[in-house]
Design a protein. Structure first.
Length: 360
């Protein structure tokens, strides 16, 4: 780090062009291009550079859910020592390389599980979002150094750009985000990384057709508005790689939201690729306006059908004409390089997804 040394800082030296060799040595000066004087000098501050020690021990919360397998695989491939949190009474079978900590999500049980861990990666589902507040507190108490919250998908930093009703549905995630940043500001040992990935396309196509409106087995699609709104996505295997590489580069990824892009789609482009890979036949298409979808979502909220409401309002967040809400960023402006995330070919990717669906 360097700072221009002004004449005032050089005490009684009125003209830097007359600085002698002895004075330059005394004040640790080197010539530099700082202003219009014949010769300028730069003060070299001797600062001690500190580096974050490498992480090794990583524990994953929510690993039995949809995101878990990809995260665990990537962490294991990256040679981390991997543990998971598992609810007491759960019989879920994890890979043999994983150490399992049973928890009731109380502060004492979380603290016991987190003690000795370098990082906590949370991939909890919607019902477990607020449990992360207790997890953050436990991580802070026992010396964990990095916390990755379960905030994949929409960009929580872009609250003004969100569809207003969708913003309301993000309340719990925003509460967790605010708490995490506050705790990390108070406890400098703990840092955070938030991954902004856009919609998780492989999950929607393979496991939850209603989420993005494409049902491969039924060869049916719901197209909202014109079908031309841009959406950027990152599949689960690439998200796993991003998580692992964020932990491999703790200094470069500390206290930052990082954005990834593997695919940029529109509904129409995705539909065309799916039709081509499923025999070339035209799919059955239902067309819906995002305005009507939001209205239906609000009715479902009133009826306490929150899962159905989320799908309706998510459609407006992603697909409303004239918006780019779900175009997280371009590949060039993303953090792909830092995180080792690849840009994928849509046709090749869809062909692979169709094969996986056919094999089920």
């Amino acid at each position: 780090m360097s700072t221009l040394l002004t004449p005032t800082k050089l005490k009684n030296i009125r003209d830097r062009s007359y600085a002698t060799k002895d004075i330059r040595q005394k004040y640790n000066l080197v010539e530099g291009d700082g202003d219009t004087t014949p010769r300028t000098y730069i003060l070299l501050r001797k600062t001690k550079k500190t580096f974050m020690a490498a992480y090794q021990n990583v524990i994953v919360a929510g690993a039995s859910g949809n995101m878990g397998p990809a995260i665990l695989k990537a962490l294991n491939t990256a040679k981390f020592t991997v543990s998971v949190l598992s609810r007491e009474g759960s019989s879920h079978q994890f890979p043999p390389f994983v150490k399992v900590y049973k928890t009731d999500y109380s502060l004492p049980s979380l603290s016991e599980a987190f003690r000795g861990q370098d990082a906590v990666v949370s991939v909890v589902g919607a019902l477990g979002i607020l449990n992360q507040i207790q997890m953050i507190d436990a991580a802070s108490q026992v010396g964990v150094r990095r916390f990755l919250p379960s905030s994949f998908g929409a960009d929580l930093d872009d609250k003004e750009g969100m569809q207003p009703n969708f913003l309301g549905l993000m309340g719990n995630k925003l509460r967790v985000q605010e708490h995490l940043v506050k705790v990390c500001e108070e406890n400098k040992t703990l840092t955070w990384t938030q991954l902004v990935t856009g919609p998780i396309l492989d999950w929607a196509l393979l496991d939850a057709p209603v989420a993005m409106g494409f049902d491969i087995k039924a060869k049916a699609a719901t197209i909202y508005d014109s079908g031309n709104a841009p959406v950027t996505c990152t599949p689960r295997p690439q998200i796993g790689i991003a998580v692992a590489n964020s932990l491999k580069n703790p200094e470069a990824t500390a206290n930052r939201s990082l954005r990834t892009v593997s695919l940029e789609i529109t509904q129409n482009k995705l539909l065309a690729a799916l039709e081509q890979e499923t025999g070339g036949e035209r799919w059955a298409v239902t067309r819906v306006s995002t305005k009507d979808s939001v209205a239906s979502g609000l009715e479902k909220i009133a009826a306490k059908n929150f899962g159905g409401a989320f799908v309706n309002i998510l459609a407006a967040q992603m697909y409303e004409d004239g918006t780019t809400r779900s175009r997280i960023c371009t590949p060039e402006a993303s953090d792909n390089t830092l995180l080792g995330v690849e840009v994928l070919d849509l046709g090749e990717y869809v062909a692979d997804i169709v094969k996986q669906v056919s094999a089920k």
